[in-house]
Design a protein around this ligand. Structure first.
Ligand SMILES: *Cc1c(COP(=O)(O)O)cnc(C)c1O
Length: 387
């Protein structure tokens, strides 16, 4: 086994490639024929491993498009010889025009000034950069037309389409509220889609018909707004996590990542004994404490001190005291036979019990996206294939 695949068990993340594939097939099933999937593998595929994720999707599902957030992330995929197109959703300094060209990637452009700078650098580098122009339809993050100034967005997108050194092959926008359950969220999403289609129509009137136009993220595709987008940019749902606790996808997608660790030691203590830094927990009576080999240095949120729970031998055990950098303690009084070396499930299923990323997130005012993205680099990803 190559060294990079070896792992000496302490804290590790099991990544099910079968579930990843199943989730991707579910994502595909949501799309009308005019819409292709673009798999979002930014932030190391939300902590799941960008190269392995992209390899599976291109190898087994013929995935044609990936989205990342930076040139670094794009270069990692190219270095791993991932075929397929790559869209960089975030900012790349114009000085890297040469790298954008040699990597053969597509760059998002945020505004006219940036497009002009990129155009100059592309000419200097002696090539053309493929770009998708971002349109701000209400997210107020990147793109043309902030604050609803559609007329200006159209003019600028049109100017960008004729800049030398650039190949303006797409326009795109991002939905801010497609995961919301409220009436006003639904209305806002509809208004974003409407402005986007309006801008597309006016560009066509000027004679610019981009090859691609896309606005849907996971939640946007889930609400199935019809034929409005050439791509659905699937992130969170691909990893088997719902975009929001308000959207129930049980039975449709399955979490790809399980986070596990080991029991290092078990000790029985009487009542009145303080546990961990700061003595924030004091045992109420005789307690069996299990020390677990994971902590905030592995990305497990310290905010779960005295709030979270873990699974051991199919049973739930509450975290007591503060989460340390490399270890945490749980009250394992209710778990018969618990012993050093037992597997501890921080995220995932053990017997009939399950802890989801949303459960962890809910206990500490986070979102499930943060939980999986935060799993530290030192936690080995162990890829699992059953079939
Ligand atoms: C991250 C991101 C996505 C994916 O969003 P999910 O909610 O994870 O599906 C899509 N589009 C853009 C522009 C993004 O930044």
């Amino acid at each position: 086994m190559p060294y990079s695949e070896l792992h000496f068990k302490r804290a590790w993340a099991e990544i099910s490639l079968d579930r990843l594939k199943k989730n991707a097939l579910y994502c595909l099933s949501l799309l009308p024929p005019s819409c292709q999937p673009m798999y979002v593998v930014k932030a190391n595929a939300y902590g799941h491993g960008a190269v392995k994720t992209a390899e599976l999707l291109s190898g087994e599902l013929n995935a044609g498009w990936f989205a990342v957030s930076s040139l670094d992330e794009a270069a990692e995929l190219r270095h791993a010889k991932i075929p397929g197109e790559i869209l960089i959703l975030g900012y790349t300094p114009p000085q890297y025009a040469g790298e954008l060209i040699s990597c053969g990637v597509v760059q998002a452009v945020t505004d006219l000034e940036y497009a002009k700078a990129l155009s100059c650098e592309a000419i200097k580098a002696g090539g053309r950069i493929r770009v998708h122009t971002a349109i701000d339809t209400g997210m107020t993050r990147i793109g043309l037309g902030s604050g609803g100034s559609c007329g200006r967005a159209v003019k600028e997108a049109y100017s960008i389409s004729s800049l030398p050194g650039l190949l303006a092959e797409g326009i795109f926008s991002h939905l801010s509220s497609a995961d919301g359950a409220g009436e006003s969220d639904r209305e806002f999403t509809a208004s974003q889609i409407k402005s986007f289609l309006q801008i597309k129509k006016e560009l066509a009137r000027l004679g610019f018909v981009p090859r691609y136009s896309h606005i849907l993220n996971s939640a946007g595709a889930y609400i199935q707004p019809g034929e409005v987008s050439s791509f659905a940019r699937f992130g969170i749902m691909l990893y088997g996590i719902s975009p929001s606790p308000d959207i129930c996808l049980d039975g449709k997608i399955e979490p790809v990542m399980e986070l596990k660790a080991l029991v290092a030691q078990v000790k029985e203590v009487p009542g009145g004994v303080p546990v961990s830094y700061g003595r924030s927990y004091v045992t109420g009576g005789r307690t069996r404490i299990a020390t677990v080999t994971v902590g905030y240095g592995d990305g497990y949120p310290r905010l779960l001190s005295n709030r979270g729970r873990v699974l051991i031998r199919g049973k739930s055990a509450p975290i007591i005291g503060r989460v340390c950098m490399d270890q945490l303690m749980v009250d394992a009084s209710g778990i018969d036979g618990v012993t050093a070396g037992d597997t501890v499930t921080l995220i995932g299923r053990d017997g009939g019990e399950c802890i989801s990323a949303w459960e962890l997130a809910g206990s500490c005012s986070m979102i499930a996206y943060e939980i999986v993205c935060a799993v530290a680099e030192r936690v080995p990803r162990v890829y699992i294939r059953e079939k």
